[in-house]
Design a protein around this ligand. Structure first.
Ligand code: PMP
Length: 430
């Protein structure tokens, strides 16, 4: 079998040996004692990792980030509701589309690709709406880190704005939860949703969210057609409550191996410490930013404070050189300019998988590298990634020179390695 490529896209991500071991066990039934214990522990742990109130409700459902988004929309929004959406890229566009499909009237507040509206601009947009006689917005939706642009917003002022305006505050944390600080209780946010395959460091397949008491009450007070059955919090509530009381319950069969992996992954995060996990993402991201800079790659986000810690969205050097097609087998036939997809293909030839851009208009000009979950504690794997990018840039005629390459790799030197017990490490491909 060919050697496996190191997976450095913004999800799915490499998982820890402990998570892999939990995931790889023979599937338990949903009433098995080991499953009940893992489910209960995972639910309790989610509140702590989300820094959420004891009165909040975690949900763990088979699905992914899109299912989690649909669930939030279906439970909180009724046809005709007015809702605000802060748009920072592809995934907030998806959220806006879901809200429109739900029959909501959306107030969409966006920015240029790579930018984000400021909280002041959101406030002004809400005020202008009201002044024009529109009904007040019932909810505000925003994407903590938009994976298409690498833009991270600051959720705190938006959550505060939501409180001031009586709006439910929903944050898509799919590319952020457990990697970027989100203080659900202190910020008094209502829904923080994610998927398993990102900074939680699990295989894909779970939709996860923690929901405030206020948001649950909003669902309970909802009139008219109920949400689709699979998405209905009220259908899942007895199941979540039962497992937390260490009893089995059934509504729809849970992906049991993923629940085992979730308990293992959350336990690893809590052993390291939630604040320490955020800090290790920030440290790895800062080192990588320095490495990319040395290689002549610029972040797509327009301002430094918008650059996420969980992924890098990188623009090719502006002076992308013309290279003879013959010397660069990754270039599309007839092309003499290395564009971002060609670079990504070249990086893959060095054993590291990174992602192309998601924004159609910029696709040729940028690419994305994920750095979340377990890998942020493995500087050797981050170094391998930077080395692959540096080699590919050189081969595509975009290299920054030997000294710059050395400088890029040296930027990762200060990163501490996380200890992995030998017996556990033996099970990992890395
Ligand atoms: N929101 C964000 C911010 C995402 O990054 C993604 C996935 N890349 C999604 C939503 C959708 O998640 P999924 O692919 O698991 O449906």
């Amino acid at each position: 079998m060919a050697e496996r490529s190191l997976l450095m896209i913004p999800g799915p991500v490499e998982v820890s040996p402990g998570v892999l071991a939990a995931f790889s066990s023979p599937p338990p039934g949903h009433t098995a004692p080991a499953l009940i214990a893992a489910f209960g522990e995972a639910l309790e742990s989610m509140r702590r990792v989300w820094l959420a109130e004891p009165s909040s409700q975690p949900f763990v459902v088979g699905g992914g980030g899109t299912a989690a988004m649909d669930m939030a929309v279906a439970n909180l929004v009724s046809p005709g509701d007015r809702v605000a959406v802060v748009k920072t890229g592809y995934f907030s566009d998806r959220m806006a589309e879901m809200l429109r499909r739900q029959g909501a009237a959306t107030l969409e507040i966006g920015a240029e690709p790579g930018g984000a509206p400021s909280p002041g601009e959101v406030r002004e947009a809400l005020a202008a709406e009201r002044a024009a006689g529109a009904a007040p917005c019932r909810a505000l939706f925003a994407t903590h880190v938009d994976t298409s642009t690498g833009v991270r917003i600051d959720p705190e002022p938006l959550a505060r704005l939501a409180r001031e305006h009586g709006m439910i505050a929903v944050f898509d944390g799919v590319c952020a939860a457990a990697g970027e600080r989100f203080d659900m209780a202190a910020w008094d946010a209502d829904v923080y949703l994610t998927a398993s395959q990102k900074a939680l460091g699990l295989p894909p397949g779970l939709a996860l969210m923690v929901v405030s008491k206020r948001a649950l009450a909003a669902r309970a007070a909802r009139r008219g057609t109920p949400p689709p059955m699979y998405l209905d919090w009220e259908a899942w509530l007895p199941v979540m409550r039962a497992y937390e009381e260490r009893r089995a319950a059934y509504f729809s069969t849970p992906p049991t191996n993923l629940v085992l992996a979730l308990a293992a992954g959350l336990a690893e995060i809590e052993t390291e410490g939630v604040a320490a996990r955020f800090a290790s993402h920030a440290r790895a991201a800062a080192a990588l930013r320095a490495a990319w800079r040395a290689l002549g790659l610029r972040p797509l986000p327009a301002r430094e404070e918008l650059v996420a810690n969980t992924l890098s969205a990188l623009l090719l050097p502006a002076d992308a050189a013309e290279v003879p097609a013959a010397s660069s087998p990754s270039l599309p036939a007839g092309s003499t300019r290395a564009d971002a997809p060609a670079l990504v293909a070249r990086i893959a030839e060095h054993g590291v998988t990174v992602a192309t851009g998601l924004l159609p208009d910029l696709r040729s000009r940028y690419f994305r590298v994920g750095h979340m979950g377990w890998v942020v504690g493995r500087p050797d794997l981050l170094r391998r990634t930077v080395a692959a990018v540096a080699s590919a840039l050189r081969e595509c005629g975009l290299g920054a020179g030997e000294q710059a390459e050395r400088q890029a790799l040296a930027a990762l030197d200060p990163l501490p390695a996380r200890e992995t017990p030998a017996v556990v490490a033996a099970a990992s491909p890395w």
